[in-house]
Design a protein around this ligand. Structure first.
Ligand code: D5M
Ligand code: FE
Ligand code: ZN
Length: 489
């Protein structure tokens, strides 16, 4: 029976945690429960937990009651929450929808990027082929036999500006390569085409058939949306990035102000979640000469200090800790969660996740990414710089990719699946890394860059980067309201 059910799940690509398998086997009618999972692709998490199984098992009669438990006394909220599947989420519960932790397929020393780029290409081509402008798109080898009305999707190998001010993009798919000309003065002239991003092109061959003259260049983008509709949640999520514990520029007085405020302010009592998008500690040997700037020169000592700092936060708060480029995991993205020997230093109210990570909290989907690729976006796109990370974040959403450039400043791991593709449209998108504090919105998605707890370092001074530390952006999960609390003094 177990084998047969697991076989069925395998066929439809549904993954279960071990505890969820046990729960499923205990049901009087496991098949019926599997039927419900299959019918619910939209709301289904990537890996189902025991809680999910319970949800599916009693879906018919109990889901609305379940939602009422979560959201007492809010009119209409039960229906909405049930619609969004929020009924399965209790306050305080953070659900990891997707990250690399435990799923890495990089094997030994076999470095094979072909699978990664194929997965990226196929996922984004599927998205692009739903666009009206690209209806009937064909493989490059086939469009080469046409003259007019060419539509294809390819990966950018390279792009450069000609001496006459046109842009030439060299593109490729599994079948062939093709050169695309974006004319000076055309609508797309001011776009930057990044290496390894996926584009859709509509155009015609020029007279001698060497180049496709682009009529339009299309990115997958996110759909227009009016944003977070009220869902009855009464919780607030706060974003605390780039703590850099162990650095001699760590702002311990500001941290104390945050801790005090969380303990006494009436607004703070609704903060049930703190998400930390990377650079939890300063690390060791991250850049040349770092030892001069460390207060704690032992990596474990730094995480121990972090665990003490985190213990000062009120117990009602669930914490999500993600690594960044200063933390004790592989640098190559996607980064897995911190290892067990570090996790063991912390209390159970902290969840360690990978970078990037999709989370679901009280019916809201949060995409958290440390933001190392902003180093590549800032050097590859002229109008981007270290003071406007929200603009780089919009560029990521347009490309439906967090870090398209391979071989730049962001190391990428050769996974078989591209975890940096933005395959799900989040309600909230948060980054850190650049140490400034920005709130913005793009097509209904809240954009947050979550400041830092470190004052200006010598490296930043040298690069003329002025941080905006000790700020905490907040989002009310029920209303979608966003604001910033300032602890800088
Ligand atoms: O990054 C802190 C700041 O330093 C952030 O604004 C990015 C910037 N940074 C980091 N690496 C580079 C490179 N290679 N070029 C330019 N700017 C960079 P953190 O990750 O906290 O050290
Ligand atoms: Fe940082
Ligand atoms: Zn960083």
């Amino acid at each position: 029976m177990k084998k047969r059910i697991l076989g069925r799940l395998g066929e439809v690509g549904i993954l279960l945690e071990p505890k969820a398998i046990d729960a499923l086997m205990r049901l009087p009618d496991a098949d019926e429960c599997v039927d419900r999972m299959v019918e619910d692709p939209g709301n289904r998490a990537l890996i189902l937990t025991e809680e999910d199984i319970v949800g599916y098992a009693r879906r018919d009669d109990d889901i609305i009651r379940g939602a009422d438990d979560v959201l007492p006394g809010v009119e209409g909220a039960a229906d909405k929450a049930a619609e969004q599947g929020a009924g399965r989420l209790k306050p305080g519960t953070v659900k990891v929808i997707k990250d690399i932790t435990g799923n890495s397929t990089c094997v030994g020393n076999v470095i094979d990027f072909a699978k990664l780029f194929k997965d990226r290409y196929l996922t984004l081509r599927k998205m692009l082929s739903k666009r009206r402008e690209l209806a009937g798109q064909l493989p490059i080898a086939r469009v080469k036999k046409l003259e007019r009305d060419l539509r294809f999707v390819g990966i950018v190998n390279d792009s450069h500006t000609t001496k006459n001010g046109h842009t030439i993009i060299e593109m490729e798919d599994e079948t062939d390569k093709i050169m695309v000309l974006v004319m000076k003065g055309s609508a797309r002239m001011n776009e930057a085409f990044l290496k390894d991003e996926i584009l859709g092109v509509v155009g015609s061959f020029n007279r001698d058939g060497e180049l496709v003259v682009a009529k339009d260049v299309i990115r997958p983008d996110v759909p227009l949306s009016s944003g977070m509709a009220p869902n009855g949640s009464e919780s607030i999520v706060a974003f605390v990035s780039d703590i850099h514990l162990g650095s001699n520029t760590f702002l311990d007085k500001a941290w104390k102000r945050l801790v005090d405020w969380l303990g006494r302010d009436p607004v703070a009592k609704d903060i049930r979640y703190v998400v930390m998008p990377g650079d939890l500690v300063d690390g060791i040997g991250v850049y040349p000469g770092q030892e001069e700037e460390l207060r704690l020169d032992d990596l474990y000592g730094q995480y121990l200090a972090l665990s003490e700092a985190v213990k000062e936060l009120p117990d009602r708060i669930s914490i999500v800790a993600m690594p960044g480029n200063h933390d004790a995991v592989r640098l190559a993205e996607p980064q897995p969660a911190l290892p067990n020997d570090i996790r063991e230093m912390f209390d159970s109210n902290i969840e360690f996740v990978g970078n990037p990570c999709y989370l679901e909290i009280e019916g809201r989907v949060i995409l958290a990414y440390h933001g190392k690729s902003m180093d590549d976006f800032n050097s590859g796109v002229r109008r981007l710089n270290y003071t406007n990370p929200q603009e780089a974040m919009k560029e990521m959403l347009k490309r439906r990719h967090l870090a398209p450039v391979y071989g730049g400043k962001t190391p990428i791991a050769p996974e078989q699946k591209d975890y940096l593709v933005i395959d799900t449209v989040p309600d909230i998108f948060v980054t850190g890394h650049v140490h400034v504090c920005e709130l913005d919105e793009y097509r209904g998605i809240k954009l947050i860059n979550a400041s830092a707890w470190q004052s200006q370092t010598a490296f930043q001074r040298m690069h003329n980067q002025t941080p905006d530390p000790a700020k905490v952006p907040m989002v009310h999960l029920g209303t979608g309201e966003c604001w910033v609390e300032d602890f800088s003094g």
